[in-house]
Design a protein around this ligand. Structure first.
Ligand SMILES: Nc1nc2c(c(=O)[nH]1)N(C=O)[C@@H](CNc1ccc(C(=O)N[C@@H](CCC(=O)O)C(=O)O)cc1)CN2
Ligand SMILES: Nc1ncnc2c1ncn2[C@@H]1O[C@H](COP(=O)(O)OP(=O)(O)OP(=O)(O)O)[C@@H](O)[C@H]1O
Length: 205
């Protein structure tokens, strides 16, 4: 039997894996978040620019005309300059909105400069939420990701439920390389099409 386990670069395995081989997803999440929060501002800015270049290449490659983006929280890559460039290219943007704890995410049209307000989770959402939309592509922030392009999020399952819907949008996971980890995917997890970090994938350079 394969024993599920987590690996984080630079961390001893025994800090995440329990002695009986069971894995502790919450501990992996905490370790990855602590690692991400500790990145120096100037390094973060350089990495955000590198990720932004790959996002623009990915949008162009697929001719995505409506893209679900995210408002950064908790040290996620801040791609808001890239959103301005995307809007200048004529790409329509949308932000995710939590409708209820067990529902998929709604997406509402938004563009740089439009008013936002904080929701109950502390995340900025469009102040004007008249009609939801179904973006052709999604940028999905990842706390962690593995070799199979599976994502670890904050634990709400919102993106998993969103991607269980059809038609499934094109998906780009957004993360720093330090979010790369070894973990087994849960049955409900949906692999993302591509993971864009500061240093991959080469075909989008
Ligand atoms: N940027 C972003 N927006 C997203 C998600 C996400 O993962 N990232 N979500 C993916 O499912 C949904 C909301 N899920 C959330 C998951 C965690 C927290 C959270 O930890 N909030 C902080 C306060 C926010 C802050 O640091 O600014 C907290 O409660 O301490 C909020 C929303 C929709 N919007
Ligand atoms: N397609 C789905 N339908 C119903 N429930 C789901 C689905 N996908 C995930 N869930 C539920 O959501 C919860 C959280 O899942 P998981 O731990 O994988 O979240 P996550 O991907 O880390 O977080 P998030 O997507 O919110 O950032 C689980 O209890 C799971 O049962």
């Amino acid at each position: 039997m394969r024993v599920p386990c987590f690996r984080v670069a630079g961390m001893p395995d025994n800090s995440i894996n329990t002695t009986d081989g069971a894995f502790d997803k919450a501990a992996l999440r905490r370790a990855l978040l602590a690692h991400r929060q500790a990145i120096a501002a100037e390094v973060r800015a350089r990495w955000n620019e590198a990720i932004s270049r790959r996002v623009l290449a990915w949008q162009q490659l697929h001719g995505i005309d409506m893209l679900g983006v995210y408002w950064p929280i908790r040290g996620e890559p801040d791609l808001r300059d890239c959103y301005v460039e995307l809007a200048n290219r004529g790409v329509r943007l949308a932000l995710p909105v939590v409708r209820s704890p067990d529902a998929p995410l709604d997406f509402h049209p938004w563009k740089p400069g439009d008013a936002t307000e904080r929701d109950a989770f502390g995340v900025s959402i469009p102040a004007a939420r008249n009609e939801s939309c179904r973006p052709q592509g999604l940028l999905i922030p990842c706390v962690g990701f593995n070799e199979g392009n599976f994502r670890l999020g904050y634990g709400g399952g919102f993106y998993d439920r969103t991607l269980a819907q059809t038609p499934r949008p094109l998906t780009a996971g957004i993360a720093y390389e330090c979010g790369r980890a070894g973990f087994d995917a849960a049955p409900h997890d949906v692999a993302l099409d591509v993971i864009l970090t500061e240093s991959r994938p080469a075909q989008l350079d």
